[in-house]
Design a protein around this ligand. Structure first.
Ligand SMILES: *[C@@H]1O[C@H](CO)[C@@H](O)[C@H](O)[C@H]1NC(C)=O
Ligand SMILES: *[C@@H]1O[C@H](CO)[C@@H](O)[C@H](O)[C@H]1NC(C)=O
Ligand SMILES: *[C@@H]1O[C@H](CO)[C@@H](O)[C@H](O)[C@H]1NC(C)=O
Ligand SMILES: *[C@@H]1O[C@H](CO)[C@@H](O)[C@H](O)[C@H]1NC(C)=O
Ligand SMILES: *[C@@H]1O[C@H](CO)[C@@H](O)[C@H](O)[C@H]1NC(C)=O
Length: 905
């Protein structure tokens, strides 16, 4: 406990110092992310939550309005008709085509085909009979067998690609909810949001190794996100802390039994006064924060709801086989993937029934070869089967492991909080008793399904001071200590298995004059925890030193300088390790300074900033030789800092994506989603075309349409509709969206004029009346207004209108009147099956102009007091000026109005 606290304190101070610097330099016009999306990517369900100012803090709903999305992707059809299904649609597809359905792919993340834990691979393949294969990097990938069974060209998807598709699907739901896009800016370790957009956080089980963490991060990159990672235990704890206060420190154990695994997390909650690092108020203020400190974790990778489902499925399959094996076309129902998918679905249902009942009957029609399953299972048998599969203790073990890793006993724990869907299963609750947890300590005071996802978004928000939420500091824990192995054999643990902020660890190398390498790996003490994962992490090659010092070495001046390298290793994303910066500092020693050294430090070019960071390959040798007046004394104050290259070469069983592969997979996903939207657009265009063909055919026989069309026109429509109809059935199915739209337009151009005649005829009468009324009222207005103007002039009073304005309106009315008269005349000579002479829309346009002009004049106020004589004179002049201006304006208007218009006259 004590060392941990100290370690973190040291880290916090460094972090704050850094933070203030960044805040000052970067955020003078700071604007942070507009929200955070939290993802809980579970084995069975994926959930997302959204924190965004102005929106309720809640989970993101699926397309079916459910609060969770099944972790499944399925493919349907091939080529142009290929479709991708997600969530429950995808899972339902399994009973039809299990080999095209990929579920619980989280099991495969970071796994290699050669990896020692075969159980994880077997469990995955046993779900839907998925065929696994090794990708180029030795990673587990899945085959998507073609119906023609041409196994040589079967598409292969990596786990990252499948998870990437699922995440992309959920990401889009979140973006639609937020009305905002997820940002691709990398969230850094400090409290700085990115510029606009949504930050993202994804939960991972605390036991995820670097390979698994890298794999889920790569999946997220494919989905267009750069998330923070947080352990699901820490996320639940943050969510727990959100509504509670801790005047005294409290320790709780969160027992989370999900579909894929069971985790126990010991967390200490406390309240501390911290130095506020709000960038809104620069300077240091003290405030209270809730500290969430993960003290220990324990887990079992096999104990989960899906393992229970598989136990029940096996029982159902045995029952089925023992009754019907003789009637089957295969030796066992187990050889029929579709039947097994059906039984798995049934097993999940049975498990839920057995959670509340002692007994469940099971009837499934046509499981295989049209034979129905009729059987029953009681809770006792189920629990016996679970015990026989060696699963029972696996559900209880994580508690003791978590306590051990925290160095605590149950007595130190206030409560054991149940989380996760499987924690409702009675045998799982019984496992708690087996672990010695008294009933009095069992608490069900969090939302078992949503605590992790809500906590994830909240955790993300704690990094962004723009969200004024409860101040919570969460310190997550990676259970595997990481050590560095130097080339000379020295070893040191640089990341103990303790909670910490995502801090940099700085390594110093004194007197270094050559390129060097070191290795990062999990410490031996963690090997038992690794569940078959390789302890090796990365080999790091640090280069640039030999090259930079080449000249000094050749001129034997290495002895005249001191060198030291600083490497900063960071755990970012949390639980993966990279060298963030590598710098070499070269300083002259007193005495023995010669030309090459001078040129190395660039002393002959004093303009050059001595503190500037330069890469090797100095170019000032010649100038250095020229100027030798520089005193040795000056040199002693010089130093040069060079950026080095640190290349990480992954050493585990599996290799993470290279940039190239990442790009290829991204293109592939992009093509898949493009083809999905292209297909949707094409289908819509085809539907629209077909519907229009039907409509056109109906119209031809519609009496109203007949009245406004000539026989030849109707014949043309019929002929075109027939032509298009046979075009559609002869292969229009494969035409692209543009062709479909063109075809529709070709028919539309025949129908549209008739539609116009019909519509115009319907509206014409009232439009004519309205227009006549508009003209009449307009003329009445002009008359009245002129009378009032005359009266006002006589009485030497102000008037709303000028004579010019009224003349102009009268003029417009006259022109409109003539235009209307002619139009009515022409229209009266046309038959209904001829195009209209005057359009309703044009009448309305002109009427509106007249109405608007009148309305504008009426709204105007009369000047209240009359100006005195002097001012009147001035006023007159100004008025005249105004009048002139207005006249000009009117003239221009008239010019525009007299321009040829696309009207019928
Ligand atoms: C390297 O680390 C040392 C010791 O902490 C420090 O004094 C020096 O400034 C660092 N150099 C660079 C370039 O960061
Ligand atoms: C070098 O140091 C000077 C004085 O401290 C400073 O003004 C300048 O910005 C520095 N230059 C670089 C490139 O850091
Ligand atoms: C060396 O410096 C000169 C003058 O600053 C420049 O023109 C030239 O491109 C440089 N050469 C190299 C190899 O950097
Ligand atoms: C003309 O003046 C009368 C009396 O003040 C008023 O009621 C009427 O609205 C005015 N007409 C117009 C068009 O301004
Ligand atoms: C213009 O005013 C007349 C008369 O008040 C009215 O019948 C007509 O609907 C109005 N037209 C428009 C386009 O506002």
């Amino acid at each position: 406990m004590v060392p941990r606290t100290e370690l973190r304190k040291a880290g916090s101070v460094a972090s704050l110092a850094c933070f203030v610097m960044l805040a000052l330099s970067l955020f003078t016009t700071q604007s942070a992310a507009m929200g955070v999306v939290g993802f809980d990517k579970g084995t069975e369900w994926t959930k997302a939550s959204l924190v965004k100012p102005g929106l309720p803090f809640d989970v993101v709903l699926g397309r079916d309005s459910k609060r969770k999305i099944q972790s499944c992707v399925a493919f349907k059809g091939w080529g142009l008709n290929e479709e991708r299904l997600f969530s429950t649609d995808a899972c339902s597809h399994a009973t039809r085509d299990p080999l095209q359905t990929f579920y619980s792919t989280k099991f495969l993340l970071g796994r290699g085909m050669e990896d020692k834990d075969a159980a994880a691979r077997e469990r995955y393949s046993s779900i839907y009979g998925t065929q696994l294969t090794a990708s180029e990097k030795g990673k587990c990938a899945v085959k998507r067998p073609h119906e023609k069974d041409d196994s040589s060209s079967v598409p292969v998807f990596s786990a990252e690609e499948l998870i990437g598709m699922e995440l992309e699907y959920v990401k889009e739901l979140a973006e639609e909810t937020a009305g905002e896009k997820v940002t691709l800016v990398l969230p850094n370790g400090f409290n700085i949001g990115s510029f606009g957009g949504l930050d993202t956080v994804i939960t991972v089980p605390a036991f995820f190794t670097a390979a698994e963490r890298q794999a889920i991060y790569d999946s997220a990159l494919l989905a267009g996100m750069r998330p923070r990672l947080v352990s699901d235990g820490a996320a639940v704890a943050v969510s727990y802390a959100q509504t509670r206060t801790f005047p005294k420190p409290e320790r709780h154990l969160f027992y989370d039994s999900g579909a894929g695994s069971t985790r126990a997390t010991v967390v200490e909650f406390s309240t501390k006064t911290i130095t506020a690092d709000s960038i809104i108020s620069i300077g240091t203020t003290q405030k209270e924060a809730t500290i969430v400190d993960v003290l220990g974790v324990g887990w079992d990778r096999d104990a989960g709801g899906l393992a229970l489902d598989l136990v029940i499925r096996d029982k159902l399959a045995s029952d089925f086989d023992s009754e019907h094996a003789s009637g089957l076309s295969t030796a066992s129902v187990r050889d029929n993937a579709r039947a097994m998918a059906r039984l798995l679905k049934e097993a999940n249902r049975v498990k839920h029934i057995l959670s509340a009942n002692e007994f469940a009957s099971s009837n499934v029609e046509g499981v295989a070869d049209d034979i129905d399953l009729r059987t029953s299972i009681d809770r006792e048998t189920f629990e016996r089967d679970v015990a026989a599969a060696g699963l029972t203790e696996k559900f209880s073990a994580p508690i003791a492991k978590a306590l051990k890793s925290a160095g605590l006993t149950l007595d130190d724990i206030s409560s054991v909080v149940l989380v996760g869907g499987s924690s409702r299963v009675p045998l799982v609750q019984a496992a708690l008793k087996d672990a010695g947890v008294p009933d009095s300590k069992i608490a069900q005071n969090v939302n078992a399904d949503e605590a992790a996802v809500m906590g994830a978004a909240f955790y993300g928000a704690t990094f962004n001071p723009q969200f004024r939420m409860k101040d919570i500091r969460a310190y997550d824990l990676i259970p595997y200590p990481v050590r560095i192995k130097e080339a000379d054999g020295r070893e040191e643990v640089i990341y103990p298995a303790k909670s910490y902020e995502a801090e940099g660890v700085v390594r110093h190398y004194n007197g270094i004059t050559e390129d060097f390498t070191f290795e990062l790996e999990y410490d031996q003490s963690a090997v038992d925890l690794l569940d078959g994962f390789s302890p090796k992490l990365a080999k790091v090659e640090v280069t640039g030193i030999s090259e930079a010092l080449k000249d000094l070495k050749e001129t034997n001046q290495l002895g005249s300088v001191e060198t030291f390298a600083n490497l900063t290793i960071v755990s970012r994303p949390l639980g993966t390790y990279i060298v963030e910066s590598a710098l070499l500092t070269v300083k002259p020693k007193p005495g023995g300074i010669a030309g090459a050294l001078k040129s190395f430090f660039g002393v002959s070019t004093p303009k050059k900033e001595p503190n500037s960071t330069q890469t090797g390959g100095s170019n000032d040798t010649v100038e250095a030789e020229k100027d030798s007046k520089i005193q040795d004394q000056d040199l002693l104050t010089k130093e040069r800092v060079l950026k080095l290259t640190a290349r990480s070469i992954p050493q585990g069983d599996v290799r993470p994506f290279t940039g190239e592969e990442q790009k290829r997979s991204k293109d592939r996903l992009w093509l898949l989603s493009q083809s999905a939207s292209r297909k949707a657009a094409r289908e819509e265009a085809l539907n629209v075309l077909e519907a229009f063909i039907y409509r056109a055919r109906d119209l031809v026989y519609d009496p109203a349409f007949e009245a406004v069309s000539k026989p030849a026109e109707r014949d043309a429509i019929s002929a075109k509709a027939d032509e298009l109809s046979s075009w559609v059935s002869d292969g229009g199915e494969t035409a692209d969206t543009a062709q479909l739209k063109l075809k529709k337009a070709s028919l539309e151009s025949l129908v549209k004029p008739l539609q116009t005649r019909l519509d115009q005829a319907k509206m014409r009468k009232s439009a004519f009346e309205n227009f006549a009324e508009t003209l009449r009222k307009g003329n009445v207005f002009v008359q009245e207004a002129r009378a009032n103007l005359t009266a006002a002039l006589k009485a030497n009073e102000g008037s709303k209108y000028s004579a010019t304005e009224l003349d102009s309106l009268a003029n417009t009315l006259e022109k409109d009147g003539k235009w209307f008269e002619q139009g009515v005349e022409l229209q009266s000579k046309r038959t209904p099956d001829e195009d209209p002479a005057i359009l309703v829309e044009d009448l309305e346009k002109r009427a509106k102009k007249v109405n608007d002009t009148i309305a504008r004049l009426v709204r105007r106020r009369i000047p209240k007091t009359r100006p005195d004589k002097k001012k009147k004179e001035e006023g007159k002049k100004e008025k005249e000026k105004e009048k002139e201006k207005e006249k000009e304006k009117e003239k221009e208007k008239e010019k525009e109005e007299s321009k040829p218009k696309h009207e019928e006259l």
